[in-house]
Design a protein around this ligand. Structure first.
Ligand code: SF4
Length: 377
């Protein structure tokens, strides 16, 4: 049983903070058609290599998959179904941006088996959306959410970004309030990460905008934890909150360092102890697939040590932490024996804790997660 990530590298426009592998949807229809054909061929390639594999989850991500017609996306899903067995409880998520979906479109996707919708809201403030260069308006958010509910989606995630340049704690609180009032099942809430060579990072460098301070970032994170807990969400990962029973099973695959296949330009995968990344360039990606090759730009066989480090770094992001038993079973040794000194220091500093079942970050440890995790690399 494995997970499948499918990358759609097209968006309406490039957001001002974005460093993902995405481009504004090209006018050249041939490129888009060629890409979709290549996706199908890559899926078939994996299915023929791993004929006994079945899928526990599929994630259609990007980019913005919903800049493509629903029929096209449904066709890719049908193609997956023709090539792989699906687990009876398969979770199928699609990422969508407000402004790119209608009720009719969402209905088609829902009927094709998509049972989770992740809406890229980012902010409920027009000025913030503008600063981020998002293509949608606040009213698009409400319209998309309403359309999704009417189409029968009962598992909706909202993506939000905080710690924006110039954002006040009050403005962030109001954003959170708006998100909670909509009543989604899941919230993914990340602090803005400023990536080199993006227009937003340039504005900060030139002094046109002022970056959010470290203290404000922490205050916003704490405020988030408290507000969403009061609204009935459970924090199950540093940046992810879910109503009971609504955790994202696809993303849990990543955090538990389990196997997943990634298809599409720039997609990453981890299978058979090999971590790989596909060609970012869409044309190159298509050409490699057309030759019948796996379109990988790199692949690295993971040593036991590398697999262990990844399991720790990702597993400790989960609130439940790293299962001591599962870790020992997977690697034949205990976490405590490997990192005795580091663990002792982290526990003494109040950043980590140990229970009979697990080793986990404390609340303070989660705030300082980058610092804590750096001790286990
Ligand atoms: S919608 Fe997402 S992937 Fe597309 S440009 Fe904006 S941030 Fe990047």
């Amino acid at each position: 049983m494995t997970a499948l990530y499918i990358h759609f590298p097209f968006c309406l426009q490039k957001c001002r903070y974005c460093s993902f592998n995405s481009i504004p949807i090209p006018r050249n229809v041939m490129l888009v058609t060629g890409y979709l054909q290549a996706l199908e061929r890559e899926i078939a390639l994996y299915a023929s290599h791993y004929p006994n594999e079945s899928l526990s989850s599929i994630y259609l991500g990007g980019g913005t998959p919903t800049v493509l017609p629903a029929e096209t996306l449904c066709r890719i899903l049908f193609y997956c179904r023709e090539n792989f067995a699906f687990s009876p409880e398969i979770e199928i998520t699609i990422e969508a941006n407000p402004g790119t979906v209608t009720q009719g479109m969402l209905q088609l996707l829902r009927d094709a088996g998509v049972n989770r919708l992740s809406l890229g809201v980012q902010s409920f403030k027009s000025a913030e959306l503008q600063m981020l260069g998002r293509s949608h308006s606040v009213s698009d958010v409400y319209a998309a959410y309403d359309a999704a509910r009417k189409a029968g989606f009962d598992n909706i995630n909202l993506d939000l970004i905080y710690a924006l340049p110039g954002q006040s704690l009050q403005s962030w609180r109001e954003n959170l309030c708006s998100a909670i009032q909509l009543g989604p099942e899941h919230l993914s809430i990340y602090g803005l990460s400023l990536e080199e060579d993006t227009p937003l990072a340039d504005d900060l460098k030139k002094g046109k905008l002022e970056a959010c301070s470290e203290e404000m970032h922490i205050s916003m994170w704490e405020e988030t934890a408290s507000m969403v807990a009061k609204a009935g969400f459970i924090r199950y990962e540093i940046s992810n909150y879910a109503k009971p029973g609504k955790v994202c099973r696809h993303n849990i695959t990543y955090w538990e360092n389990k196997t997943y296949l990634g298809v599409g330009a720039g997609a990453h995968g981890y299978y058979d102890h090999v971590r790989y990344g596909n060609e970012n360039n869409i044309q190159k990606y298509i050409e490699r697939v057309e030759k019948g090759e796996f379109p990988r730009a790199f692949e690295e066989h993971q040593s036991q040590k590398e697999e262990m480090v990844d399991t720790i770094i990702m597993g400790l992001r989960l609130t439940k932490g790293l299962s001591r038993q599962k870790f020992a079973r997977r690697f034949g040794c205990s976490f405590e024996s490997l990192y005795e000194k580091e663990l002792k220091k982290m526990v003494e500093d109040g950043l980590m804790a140990i229970s009979d079942e697990a080793i986990f970050l404390t609340e303070r440890g989660q705030i300082l997660s980058n610092y804590v995790l750096s001790h286990f690399v």
